[in-house]
Design a protein around this ligand. Structure first.
Ligand code: PLP
Length: 426
């Protein structure tokens, strides 16, 4: 038995399914999840002392790679000062200012502790601001485990085969309208029928929870238009894309401005952080300025602010995202090259520092039904083969991959060589 297997057995005695977040359980790929004890740069080291090139980056936050010295120094210094006061700090203003500078659609921003809290708060705010109940989301988009948003959600929910969770009252779910991603016709039709009842559209501007699906030209622009026509709040869930697909997120990359933005992952530099913000006029409805209640014991925690700010400052260095996008493109193209060399049909897609690959004959994947038509069994074999070769991909056919600044040319070459070797066995 490996150390990971023993640890997983022990974990299952006390933790549901042995994990604190379902996709970690490897149910989407089979086998035992690896337990990690250490990470540095582009690598993870498991309890059996195996090294892996990491394409998950803690599900997105570790954009600089693991163990970045700047983050470690900032955290050590803050630990000596105090780990939390439950009262305002200058650090929070510094963080808020930085976020507003990097994402110009954000005029006021509130810190929270996770992406889920961020999206949950944007939906409540949009409902409170408009006085409407209905919201529109898209099939395969995941916005955290918020009751209203866990309807036809992606990734973890898809991996487990339960797109809708029990425990969500039907009377609440009925206010969530689910439409098809990248299909403006369905959006326009829905708004013709009931646009004046819809508080918000919430969308992943690049879908990263049904693998990686960039928006087709005109989709985000179309959403902006219908929201303007009907007085509906446009919410970009940039928990995954924020500070990753470009310094200004997907809204910076595609030039479409939402009313509200949810942030998470990179903004915390590896610590538990989320944030939401947007137009001043809407954000002024949040307590204590306005009547829409929102709060948090640990929100704006100084350690989290330190790790996050240090990350945001580091990724603001000129050329950071260009370099990271080049690395991502090299991984993306290398996977395709490996597939072509071995005659495996594969479609690769990316946006900035997010990428995805689909075992499919389709030349591009833009819709949820195409994602569901991909060869998941082949993905599972590929995943397990890559793991044996020391490459740690997301353990689900429905998750995007992430690159980090720590990834070297050699790491990418090793990844592509491993992919060729594994694909030859599929
Ligand atoms: N929104 C998106 C797009 C996400 O990918 C996630 C998590 O993966 C969330 C929201 C929820 O964030 P968290 O897991 O921090 O609650």
């Amino acid at each position: 038995m490996t150390h990971s297997e023993t640890l997983f057995e022990q974990a299952q005695k006390y933790i549901p399914g042995g994990v604190n977040s379902p996709v970690r359980a490897f149910r989407g790929v089979g086998g035992t999840p690896l337990f990690f004890k250490h990470a540095q740069g582009a690598y993870l080291y498991d309890e059996d002392d195996q090294r892996y090139i990491d394409y998950i980056g803690s599900w997105g936050p570790m954009i600089l790679g693991h163990g970045d010295q700047r983050i470690k120094d900032a955290l050590h210094a803050q630990v000596d000062l105090g780990v939390g006061y439950g009262a305002p700090t200058a650090l929070e203003t510094e963080m808020a200012k930085k976020v507003c500078e990097l994402v110009p659609s954000i005029e006021l921003v509130r810190m929270v502790n996770s992406g889920t809290e961020a999206t949950m708060s944007t939906v409540r705010l949009a409902r409170g601001y408009t006085g409407r109940d209905k919201i529109v989301k898209f099939e395969g988009c995941y916005h955290g485990h918020v009751d209203s948003l866990l309807v036809k959600a992606g990734s973890g929910a898809l991996t487990l085969g339960v797109p809708n969770s029990p425990g969500i009252p039907a009377s609440l779910a009925e206010h969530t309208i689910t439409l098809t991603y990248n299909d403006m016709d369905s959006v326009r039709e829905c708004f013709r029928e009931m646009g004046d009842q819809i508080a918000a559209i919430i969308v992943e501007p690049v879908a990263g929870n049904m693998n990686c699906i960039p928006p087709v030209p005109g989709f985000l622009e179309g959403l902006r238009e219908v929201c303007d026509e009907h007085g509906t709040v446009l919410i970009f869930d940039e928990v995954m894309t924020g500070f990753r697909v470009s310094l200004g997120g997907a809204q910076g990359l595609y030039g479409v401005t939402p009313d509200l933005t949810a942030l998470g992952k990179v903004i915390g530099g590896g610590l538990p952080v989320g944030a939401f913000g947007g137009k001043r006029e809407i954000m002024e409805h949040i307590s204590p300025l306005g009547p829409v209640y929102q709060a948090g014991t640990l929100s704006g925690n100084p350690l989290a602010m330190c790790a996050g700010l240090t990350t945001l400052n580091a990724i603001s260095e000129p050329g950071f995202h260009d370099r990271l996008t080049e690395k991502t493109n090299a991984v993306r193209d290398g996977l395709k090259e490996a597939a072509d060399a071995t005659g495996i049909p594969l479609t690769v897609q990316s946006a900035g520092a997010m990428f995805g690959f689909f075992f499919t004959e389709e030349s591009s994947v833009t819709r949820f039904d195409q994602v569901m038509g991909c060869d998941v069994e082949r993905f599972k074999k590929f995943f397990q083969g890559m793991l044996k070769e020391g490459v740690y991909l997301a353990p689900s056919a429905f998750e995007a991959g992430f690159t980090t600044a720590a990834l070297s040319e050699q790491d990418i070459a090793d990844t592509v060589a491993a992919a060729k070797k594994v694909m030859a066995t599929l």
